[in-house]
Design a protein around this ligand. Structure first.
Ligand SMILES: *Cc1c(COP(=O)(O)O)cnc(C)c1O
Length: 457
């Protein structure tokens, strides 16, 4: 029996999830293991421990345990900004004239402005619990660096963020938010690492890249005492932490008496979508329900829709382990696109496997059509969405309009991963009619595929 559903549905404290859900445990066919690039053998805990802290290594490699209890200090911090609301978009439904029911899970209600805080808190906690004093990371657009700065401030850890120089200069406010939480922010490439100095020697005026910032952050971590490197997406451990999003949704739908027919999320490295779908995909894998899942990516960086399913490095600098994933090639540099969080060359191995096996669909949109949806949504629902999140909005609107044609009253759930207040330069370009839609040619993609590592298989 369907209850009267409010605009904003919040779980009570008692209804809040107390454990994360490991979707890999429900997969009969597991994602292929990460490989050590030196030996081409599956990575071991010993390979990963110099880089990641011990508990996170355990989570990364465990594909059979279903639930991981969330430690109390993490639950306590989650309580500051969770549960996030499950919002019924009555106004958007009315404006579109669709019989579909549209729900979205809004993760932008914290200072970092995105879902990334869910994993940042977990990663900082485990580092502190292990007695580490310092973390390093890279950030491109700035959301991950901000989230991690917040988390490190809470647990009393030092943090060094290597921020891609182009963003460092373009987004000064992001840097100041990180400073507010006590993080050191270094424009990358920098003269603080061998990797940075080498790149600067070749090109002193470079605006940097995510791959270069990763190389600097990893080098700093492995050469400093009591220090580890952390990453905000792609990894299994990050999807595990982000399952809090899906678990809250799942419980909320039970309370409301509904269940999504269609689940939509934007996909950069895959962490929010992997978290959102976790318990619903378990139902699908166990033949208890059959929701459709759509991953939405930018046409300028189409890893699922046009990429190869192959082993590749996770970074441009080719220093990380190799993962079997849909990839555009670690050397692929997407055209400037204003959804900075969706510019990664690869995709989570978990989502890649599910996509490869036909459990999820993928589509891509050009950025002007994404911003059309962002502005329409903002005016109707009063939230100014992040460009990344707006990819999911575009797909949800299109699916709701399809329901209008067919007369089907489907239940649509999408992930609204964050707000766009630090992306106003992109909105300005859009309003000025200066936003461009660059889509890579087949030849450009082939050139990047040609440099995929040869693993002799
Ligand atoms: C980082 C980011 C994304 C993309 O990352 P995933 O790991 O694919 O979830 C999406 N939306 C926002 C707001 C982000 O900051």
């Amino acid at each position: 029996m369907m209850k009267n559903i409010p605009y904003r549905f919040y779980l009570t404290e008692e209804q809040m999830p107390k454990a994360w859900y490991n979707l890999r445990s429900a997969m009969k066919d597991k994602p292929d293991p990460m490989l050590n690039p030196a030996t081409l053998k599956p990575v071991t805990a010993d390979d990963l421990r110099p880089v990641f802290c011990d508990e996170l290594v355990r989570q990364e490699l465990d594909d059979s345990t279903d639930y991981f209890p969330i430690p109390q200090p993490i639950l306590d911090l989650y309580r500051v900004y969770r549960p996030s609301p499950l919002i019924r978009a009555y106004n958007l439904e009315k404006a579109l004239g669709t019989p579909a029911k549209i729900y979205y899970k809004f993760e932008g209600n914290n200072t970092s402005g995105s879902h990334k805080l869910n994993s940042a808190i977990a990663q900082a906690y485990y580092a502190k619990a292990q007695g580490l004093t310092t973390l390093t990371t890279e950030t491109g657009a700035g959301q991950w660096g901000t989230a991690l700065a917040e988390a490190c401030a809470s647990f009393g850890l030092d943090l060094t963020v290597y921020m891609v120089k182009g963003s460092y200069n373009q987004k000064p406010y992001r840097k100041d938010v990180m400073h507010t939480f006590g993080a050191e922010v270094i424009a990358s490439p920098s003269d603080t690492t061998n990797a940075g100095r080498a790149i600067l020697a070749g090109d002193p005026d470079t605006s940097g890249s995510l791959g270069c910032a990763i190389s600097e952050a990893v080098e700093k971590a492995v050469t400093s005492e009591n220090c580890r490197y952390v990453l905000g997406s792609v990894l299994n451990q990050v999807l595990l932490h982000q399952s809090i999003i899906g678990l809250e949704c799942y419980e909320a739908f039970q309370q409301i008496g509904d269940y999504p027919d269609l689940i939509i999320g934007c996909a950069g490295g895959g962490s929010n979508l992997g978290g959102l779908i976790a318990p619903f995909m378990r139902d699908k894998l166990q033949n208890k329900a059959d929701p459709r899942v759509i991953a939405v990516e930018p046409a300028s960086c189409p890893s699922l829709t046009r990429g190869r399913y192959a082993y590749d490095f996770c970074d441009t600098g080719r220093i990380t382990p190799m993962a079997k994933m849909y990839t555009l090639g670690c050397g692929f540099i997407p055209a400037p696109n204003h959804a900075g969080g969706l510019r990664y060359h690869g995709m989570s191995p978990v989502l890649s496997k599910l996509y490869h096996d036909g459990y999820i669909e993928a589509r891509s949109y050009k950025q002007t059509e994404v911003f059309d949806a962002a502005v329409q949504f903002a005016r109707i629902e009063t939230i100014l969405p992040a460009p990344e999140s707006s990819h999911a909005i575009r797909a949800a609107i299109d699916e709701a309009l399809r329901c209008k044609e067919t007369g089907e009253a489907k239940t649509i759930l999408f992930g609204l991963t964050g707000t766009g207040y630090f992306d106003m330069a992109a909105y300005t370009l859009y309003y000025d009619g200066k936003m461009t839609d660059r889509v890579p040619t087949d030849a450009e993609l082939e050139a990047a595929f040609a440099k995929l590592p040869d693993i002799g298989a």
